[in-house]
Design a binder for this molecule. Structure first.
Ligand SMILES: NC(=O)c1ccc[n+]([C@@H]2O[C@H](COP(=O)([O-])OP(=O)(O)OC[C@H]3O[C@@H](n4cnc5c(N)ncnc54)[C@H](OP(=O)(O)O)[C@@H]3O)[C@@H](O)[C@H]2O)c1
Length: 301
């Protein structure tokens, strides 16, 4: 049966893939993001589009009203001087809009580590958003808790080009789950189209297995024709300088620092509960061949 489904963050990594999947299945999709050519392309593909800002609760209410289900997410804002404050503002506006629109079914993009109230960097904002949405009477909400996105590896493109290395403050031998965003989108689309959502359920999405960044760098090196590409673990201080130099706010760099320490110490961000349902197919080798290598080639051309 065709459903009316609203997708917030519709032009992002995950949102775009959800919109295309649901359109192919014959659903009526409303795609929401700020105005852009990427949003126009979703209209061309058959979605109804609504352009506006996620701080704007009346705008979000209008986008959610009448939907059978919605994909809810808080976008990243790496230049904010107060990242958790930004997440609280958008989280509040979203919760207000869910209440005002009478939305009954939602799939919320949260994160691994969101079970904890502190010590996980930006994921603290998603812990708070899970609680906000769980408190809404009459809303069935499922929280997706994906691991580290393989797409984060694209941040290495410039470093590989200019320095011939991939690197971060994550230890070379720290293994943790990594997932391709297309696998997250597939799970989200499946739930959005489902007849019934299990209220307050949590779904971890962890990729095929845990990887180290040294392993991911080997996969990337092979995919781009540089099999000797080294992974270099930076000091926390040097990594923070690099992030701020690349344009991130001090506050965002501090939050990433906290998250990286959590992974290096084998805490919650490195330890999602792995079972058949949380294990997804795309390997880091496939990601390196199909996503990283073309992006690297385009950036080098
Ligand atoms: N990276 C990770 O490893 C990881 C892991 C687990 C969870 N997460 C969570 O996943 C989320 C990021 O997902 P993603 O990669 O799909 O994000 P993304 O690709 O950056 O997409 C963000 C979407 O939100 C839209 N957007 C941004 N600012 C907006 C605003 N002010 N008002 C309305 N729309 C806005 C963007 O389009 P426009 O900019 O054109 O509006 C875009 O459609 C975050 O909540 C993050 O915490 C990330």
């Amino acid at each position: 049966m065709s459903k009316k489904i609203t997708v917030l963050g519709a032009t992002g990594h995950i949102g775009t893939a959800i919109v295309h999947t649901l359109l192919k299945q014959g659903h009526q999709v409303t795609a929401v993001a700020r105005p852009s050519a990427r949003l126009d392309a979703l209209a061309q593909a058959g979605a109804t589009t609504k352009a506006g800002d996620a701080h704007d609760a009346p705008f979000l209410t209008d986008a959610l009203r009448g939907a059978d289900a919605a994909f809810l997410m808080i976008p990243p804002n790496v230049t904010s001087p107060n990242v958790l404050g930004f997440m609280d503002q958008i989280g509040e506006a979203t919760a207000q809009a869910v209440r005002a629109s009478g939305l009954k079914n939602a799939v919320h993009l949260s994160s691994i580590g969101a079970d904890e109230a502190a010590g996980t960097g930006p994921v603290v904002g998603l812990h708070r958003q899970e609680a906000r949405l769980n408190a809404i009477e009459g809303l069935n909400v499922v929280h997706l808790r994906p691991a580290y996105f393989m797409e984060n590896l694209l941040a290495n493109v410039g470093m590989i080009q200019h320095m011939g290395i991939a690197g971060s403050a994550t230890k070379a031998d720290a293994a943790f789950p990594m997932v391709a965003t297309k696998d997250i989108a597939a799970k989200a689309a499946e739930l959005l189209a489902a007849d019934k959502l299990e209220n307050h359920a949590v779904q971890y999405i962890l990729g095929p297995r845990n990887y180290t960044l040294a392993e991911a760098t080997t996969a990337i090196g092979q995919a781009i024709g540089r099999p000797e590409l080294p992974y270099v673990a930076f000091s926390y201080e040097d990594a923070k300088k690099g992030m701020v130099g690349a344009g991130l706010s001090e506050n965002q760099a501090d939050l990433y620092d906290e998250m990286t320490r959590n992974i290096n110490e084998g805490k919650s961000m490195a330890n999602g509960p792995r079972d058949a349902a949380s294990t997804t197919p795309t390997t880091v080798e496939e990601f390196a061949q199909t996503v990283f290598a073309p992006a690297f080639k385009a950036a080098t051309a």
